[in-house]
Every structure is written in C-alpha cells, then in structure tokens.
Design a protein around this ligand. Structure first.
Ligand SMILES: Cc1ncc(COP(=O)(O)O)c(C=O)c1O
Length: 479
C-alpha cells in the first residue's frame, strides 16, 4: 500500500521553541465535542505496514487515467452543455454545470425509473456530504432514526454527534424485516421514550415498505450485485429465467445493456409515488482505465462528486444548504467527470458499469473459493453474510463458542491479532464497527464478525490472506 496513505499528524514534529496552542475546548459546541473518530478511517494507520494485505475496505487501487482535453474556451455558438475551463474554474451555481444534471436525469429516468413526475437531481461532494445535508434537513437534535442492524459507520458518524438515537431494525438477506420494523414503529411510546416516533430511515437497501417515514437510500453497490456464488463442483440454483437474464447480460451492445439494467436491484424510487425517498449516489466520475486491476465501486472516490435524487421540495431546500455549505462541488471534478460522461454517453457508461460488475464477480469468486478451501462453510437459510446465498462460517463459531465467550470482552479478535508486529498481516474491518447496537437476526452472541472487501486484493493476496485468517483463528480458538 502506498505510503501516501500514512496519517500526517502521526509523523509531524513540532518546533519546540514556540509555545503550544492553549486548550480552547470550552469554546467547542456540544456537537463538536460529541464527534468520534471514524472506525474505518482509524484503520488507515495499519494500511501502510509493509506486506499488509488489505481486505478491510473498498479501497481504490492505483489507476491509470484516461486522457482527454478540456478547452479553456469552447468555440462555436453558445452551448450551455459545453464544458470549458473558463466556466468550470469560476464560481458556479450549486447545481453545477448544466450538462451534468442533464446526464444524471437521463440515467435516473432509464435506470431507477422513478414513479412520480417531478423528481430531480442535485450534485454534491459525495454521499457522505449528501447524507450530512440530509441529516440537517430532516432530523432534530436528540431525534431517533431507523437503521439496519448492520449499518455503515460513516453514516452514523454524521448523526451520532447530534445525540440522535439509532433504532436498529433486524434484517435478513433482503434488508429490514418488515414485521420487526412494524413492531418497532407500532410499539413506539413517545412519552416513555421521551422522543417522537422515528420519521427517517437510513437504509442500504433492498425491500422494505414502511409507512410515513422518509427513506434515505444509500446504495453505492447496487450495480455490483453479481449473483450467487456457487461452490466449485456444485450446480447453480438459478431459475431458468434468472439464467436467461445472466446469459443475456453477456451479450455485447444494447441487448446486454438492457439485461444489465433489468438485473439491477430496484431503487425505492421505482415504488415511491409520494416523494418520500431520498436516494444518494456516490460519484459518477471514473477516470480509471478499463484495466481490470483499477476499480473501486463505480468511481474514483477521490473525485468527491455524487448526487441526490428526490422530490422538488427536498431538492430546493438542499440547494439552499449547498449554497451555504460547499457552494458547489469542485470545478475540476465536475469538468473532468462531465467531459468523460459526454464522451461515454449513456450506453457507453452502462457498458463501463457492466465491466466493473464482471470484475467484481471474478473477485468475489476468488474470495469465496479461498474461504471454501480454508474453512468448513455451512449454508444457513436464515442468515446471510454472502451475496444472495445464505452462508456463514458457522463451523468455527460452533466448535469454538466456549473459547469465544471467554474472550468476548476483546470486541472480537480482528484488530488484536492482525496488527503488527506479527506475521499475520491481514487487515479486516472488525464487524463491531458496523453494529447498530440492536438485537441481531444475523448471528448474535457467540459470533464474531468481520467485513471483508475484495475490491483491490490480487488473486495471490486473497489466497494468502485467507490462509492467514484460518491460521490465526485456529490459534486463537485453540481448535
Ligand atoms: C454505504 C456507503 N455509503 C457511503 C459511502 C461513502 O460514499 P462517498 O465516498 O461518496 O462519500 C460508502 C463508502 O464506503 C459506503 O459504503
């Protein structure tokens, strides 16, 4: 891993002859005092350790850039959709260059198929920025918010400083369990809880149908769902229809593009006739070459450019918030991304996403195969830790449950056994960082959790990493 990922403050030496800054903590407001370090960003400090295999995060590999030229001035008659540096590097309206929402509207229309007429899009500085603006749009200090029992810690970091209570809803492979969601909302006693019933849900979705809440859909991985993993030597359990769709996706041209769009999990936007969904998308800008080693999600996270799709009321309010906050995303990011999208066009962009999906499918298979070779995997129809097919590594949990209980105070062995100085240089994200603090329908007491990402590791790294994982677990549990 590139040493540029090192955290600068850890290595900085201060000039000792000068006085140090005085403690001004008493001037901080409560929200700022409440802020905690990100459990994911905390892992950066281990990433530069020589020889470390990074399985913890969807992290971009080094990329080669596509090359194109952006003119300072575009010649010819005035064209609002043209991208020129003379405009892009000036102050811009909060909605960015007109060509970008034009592309995004076409994309949302054809891919998400919203179910009401006057939806619109608004660009932002990535989903984290979008979510922070949504939290300030909808939530009061001390409110409660619905989240899945396993959720994204980056999103929690945004609202927890406002002392907003997480209400964890149990989930299965397809998202929140409707019956648990209903019982949470129905049984909410405002007097007893001392706060109003939750009216906002943050979801990394598939398939819930709650009433009178605003659904904030944050699904950066929607086009990377790659279908079931089939262990070597066993037959696929796909239906005939699903198999036909999978075959059609392999076709070049519009037939393959259409099959790809059809296979995407639907957005809540496709069911929302009220304007109660706010969908966040991470950045569209992908300057990575179409080389198979170079993607992370669908984008270069460093471009810090994303967008929101929602109703006119929320778009207008969020535009005001943008004007008073970020003003607009960086002109460099919007100019590069919009030029690239104009070159691709809608069909070219879909083709690009299909390439990424194929890459992720390959890497998912590497990881699942390596796990199957190292561990005894048991299929479990009630709990899903693997894409679309319910599989958990219950062999270890069962055999080692007494050892686990004995050591449970350690929050799970990930960080404690995998950090330097050991030979076991594999970095996973410990699962507790994603735990929304409620009861678990997936797992429960006696289970350890890890988040494994397969975005950047090579085939060899995955094999070595899973071998090390197995070795460390065996030693830890003394099995
Ligand atoms: C669920 C989820 N939401 C949001 C983000 C961050 O998105 P962005 O980089 O656009 O701020 C991530 C990144 O890992 C994520 O996993």
């Amino acid at each position: 891993m590139d040493s540029a990922y090192a955290i600068p403050s850890q290595t900085r030496e201060t000039v000792t002859s000068l006085p140090k800054a005085k403690d001004m903590t008493h001037h901080l407001n409560q929200v700022t005092k409440n802020r905690q370090a990100s459990s994911l960003k905390e892992l950066y400090k281990y990433m530069t350790y020589p020889g470390m295999s990074i399985m913890s995060w969807l992290f971009p590999a080094t990329s080669q850039n596509s090359s194109f030229t952006i003119p300072k001035y575009v010649s010819g008659p005035p064209n609002p959709a043209a991208i020129q540096l003379s405009t892009s590097l000036q102050y811009q309206s909060a909605t960015g260059p007109p060509a970008l929402p034009l592309f995004l509207r076409e994309y949302v229309e054809k891919v998400y198929k919203p179910a009401y007429a006057d939806w619109d899009v608004l660009i932002n500085v990535g989903a984290t920025d979008g979510w922070s603006k949504i939290v300030q749009l909808l939530l009061e200090y001390g409110d409660a918010i619905l989240v899945e029992e396993w959720t994204y810690p980056g999103a929690e970091n945004t609202f927890l400083p406002y002392e907003i209570e997480r209400v964890a809803v149990k989930m299965d492979a397809e998202g929140m369990l409707p019956e648990h969601l209903e019982s949470v909302l129905r049984g909410w006693d405002e007097e007893k809880r001392g706060k109003r019933r939750p009216h906002v849900m943050y979801t990394i979705p598939t398939g819930q149908n709650p009433t009178d809440v605003i659904i904030c859909e944050d699904e950066p991985y929607y086009c990377l769902y790659t279908g079931e993993w089939t262990p070597k030597g066993s037959a696929s359990e796909r239906s005939v229809v699903a198999q036909r769709l999978a075959d059609a996706e392999k076709e070049e041209g519009s037939e393959g593009n259409e099959a790809f769009i059809k296979a995407l999990p639907p957005s809540f936007l496709a069911f929302d006739v009220d304007g109660r969904v706010i969908r966040m998308d991470v950045s569209v800008g992908n300057l990575n070459d179409a080389d198979s080693q170079t993607f992370s999600k669908t984008s270069t996270p460093g471009s810090r450019l994303g967008w929101i799709t929602t109703s006119p009321l929320f778009i207008e309010r969020l535009t005001r918030a943008t004007e008073a906050g970020t003003q607009a995303p960086s002109g460099f990011a919007t100019a590069l991304t919009t030029t690239m999208l104009q070159q691709y066009g809608f069909d070219g962009y879909i083709r690009w996403l299909r390439g990424i999906k194929a890459l992720y499918n390959m890497r998912k298979t590497w990881l699942c195969d390596a796990l199957a070779d190292e561990f005894h995997l048991e299929f479990n129809s009630r709990s899903t830790l693997f894409p679309e097919r319910s599989q958990t590594i219950t062999g270890y949990a069962k055999r080692a449950s007494s050892a686990w209980d004995e050591k449970r105070g350690l929050k799970g062995p990930a960080l404690l056994t995998f950090i330097p100085p050991t030979d076991n240089l594999v970095l996973f994200a410990p699962g507790w960082g994603f735990d929304a603090g409620g009861e678990h329908a997936i797992g429960g007491n006696g289970y350890g959790y890890y988040r494994l990402a397969f975005s950047i590791a090579t085939y060899e790294e995955v094999r070595v990493a899973m071998g090390t994982f197995s070795k460390v677990l065996t030693k830890f549990f003394r099995v």
